[in-house]
Ligand binder design. Structure first.
Ligand code: MV4
Length: 449
């Protein structure tokens, strides 16, 4: 097991990792920018190192500074959290070159899943259902037109180096396709340095269903059920829940077993999330995330597993905590990401938190690193904290979420709390009857279809 872990992140996930380390009896090193000197994880860590000025590129992405921090403190492992360097294969390799452990998947798997075309080819080869589309990259020529016609319009042009919604263009007709291809390729070149694009059948109103997996790197892998992350705004998840109100036990077992077998064949190491679009009873693989995700607490609440603690144990060579038969999904969990943003315009609202009262009680969890008097800096994401609720049923979970949202107090900055207080009372949400475009249609004042 590791002796000292450097947490190469900030905010709530840095605190989350620190908690797991403390429970495992592992010493902790916090790194921070000059803007985060008063952050909670810095106060609670055994040691802390300032790695640079506020811009992420000069601090949390500053690899030489992070390596120096490991050298100075004698850390033997680095946990990257999510975002920042968490899916940077080169960083994982550099750590290995310095005899440091990267708490995450093998670098080759990070690199593989970072290329959306290679990821899809691998998924298909491993028996995971994928969206009908081109078999690899397409050039903006007749080739693409023929493929699009065989798929059937509308089609989606996606950037191989994209992901998370970046570099996507919809083409509804043949006339649209040529423009969509060149626009997507140009944008992909500019944004990712790679103009490769591929085609997929455009699914009109799917849900976003993601399967949590855990692999020991030696051929053992289990799945931990799904999370429904369909409620998103501009590709930012807002509300995540598990199990999905749209998935029955048979479908869950079917797709879960397919994914677990694929991870076994890959000899996948650590935590991972396999993302699907789900429409008319069918799952379609779109991407795989090789990191711990923001919404991991939903799975923790319904399985009883500490995913970050298991991630650390497995990175140190440990075994999986459960066999597949021992995995049980109990009850229902919903996570709301409370942001420091105006609840109508979503304009960021950084600043000092004058009053902070987190809700409590049975089945209510807050993953947050803020406190009364904390100043939310303008340099990073606007997450105040994640309100996670568990209940025996979805109905009980919604009732508890409604109560917890009404109890929560954050004064001094604007937050998205009012949005959640409205959503939890919205009939379609109460019925679990929504899709990936529902939230944006609701926010635009439309009657979501
Ligand atoms: C799609 C799609 C429809 N059809 N692919 C968005 C980000 C990345 N995860 C993939 N995304 C999508 N891929 C096909 N073939 C619609 C989306 C999409 C989306 C997916 C999940 C959650 C929210 C979304 C919002 C807009 C578009």
């Amino acid at each position: 097991m590791f002796d000292k872990i450097l947490i190469a992140n900030r905010g709530e996930i840095a605190l989350r990792i620190l908690r797991a380390c403390k429970e495992l009896g592992i010493a902790t090193v916090a790194v921070h920018s000059t803007a985060d000197a008063d952050a909670m994880h810095v106060r609670l860590a055994d040691e802390s190192v300032c790695v640079g000025p506020p811009p992420s590129k000069d601090s949390y992405l500053n690899v030489p500074a992070l390596l120096a921090a490991c050298e100075i403190t004698g850390a033997d492992a680095v946990h990257p959290g999510y975002g920042f360097l968490s899916e940077n294969a080169r960083f994982a390799e550099i750590l290995a070159d310095h005899n440091l452990h990267f708490i995450g998947p093998k670098a080759d798997h990070i690199r593989l899943m970072g290329d959306k075309i290679e990821a899809k080819k691998t998924a298909k080869k491993l028996g995971i259902p994928v969206v009908p589309g081109s078999d690899g990259a397409v050039a903006p020529d007749q080739d693409a037109m023929a493929i699009a016609k065989s798929i059937g319009f509308p089609v989606l042009v996606k950037a191989a180096a994209g992901g998370g919604g970046r570099g996507m263009k919809v083409a509804h007709t043949e006339a649209d396709l040529a423009l969509a291809l060149t626009t997507a390729a140009n944008e992909a070149k500019a944004a990712f340095g790679d103009a490769s694009v591929y085609l997929e059948k455009y699914l009109q109103k799917p849900r976003h269903i993601e399967i949590q997996v855990l692999g020991d790197g030696r051929g053992g892998a289990i799945h931990l059920g799904e999370r429904d992350c369909s409620l998103q705004r501009r590709h930012q998840k807002v509300w995540e829940e598990g199990p999905s109100p749209a998935i029955d036990a048979a479908s869950r077992a079917r797709i879960g077993s397919t994914v677990a077998k694929a991870m076994q064949q890959m000899k996948y190491l650590g935590v991972g999330t396999v993302e699907f679009l789900y429409e008319d009873g069918e799952f379609y693989f779109i991407e795989m995330n090789t990191r711990i995700q923001v919404e991991h607490p939903v799975t923790e609440m319904i399985t009883g597993l500490d995913l970050v603690l298991e991630q650390i144990r497995i990175a140190a060579g440990g075994d999986l905590p459960l066999t597949q038969d021992e995995v049980t999904i109990t009850g229902h969990s919903i996570e709301c990401r409370v942001n420091a943003e105006n609840p109508v315009t979503f304009r960021p609202s950084p600043g000092k938190i004058l009053q902070y009262h987190p809700p409590g009680g049975l089945g209510v969890r807050i993953d947050s690193a803020v406190y009364q008097g904390y100043v939310i800096p303008p340099y990073y994401d606007s997450l105040v904290g994640k309100l996670i609720v568990h209940g025996k049923t979805r109905a009980e979970c919604l009732m508890r979420l409604r109560r917890a949202l009404d109890e929560m107090v954050v004064e001094g900055i604007e937050t998205t709390l009012p949005l959640f207080r409205a959503l939890v009372r919205e009939p379609a949400i109460i019925d679990g009857d929504y899709h990936i475009h529902w939230l944006e249609q609701y926010l635009a004042g439309q009657q979501p279809g």
